[in-house]
Design a protein around this ligand. Sequence first.
Ligand SMILES: [Zn+2]
Length: 162
Amino acid sequence: MNFSIGNTRGSGVLVSNPVRSSCPVCGNEGVSVSAMTVGHLVTDEFRNLVLGDKYRVCMAKDCDVVYFDNDSEGTFVKNQVRVPVWFKRDANPKFACYCSKVTEAQVIEAVEHGARTVSEVNAATGTMKNSNCRENNPLGVCCHKIIQEAIDKAKLGIVKTD
Ligand SMILES: [Zn+2]
């Protein structure tokens, strides 16, 4: 495995040291995520390495790190996560709703066909059915916001489907 990412130990022991919430590779501030989400989304061979309980997500598009916990020194990169991570570069497919496996392109297509709200997109594409976002979405949060953002993008014509 090309698992060569070095972990950085903070020099101090202060739990509140802001550095501890930063990605050990790119230094970006991480977003909190539950260990349960991490445990569900890393591939089977890495699941028993999910030991921490203060995981964060690195949202930097170009950073390979998805999850890190600087206390337990656990770091998981893109190819150790079982789904394409939508906010990383080259995610393919780019899911808007992980629970229903609906892509951002499908949401945009629905908007181009007249859907204007999240509930209209839900009706058209089947997003947000049987939601279990805590286990399925890499951020462990409801995909509502991602769908709304995709709708906004489509309305502005920022993203065009082929
Ligand atoms: Zn990073």
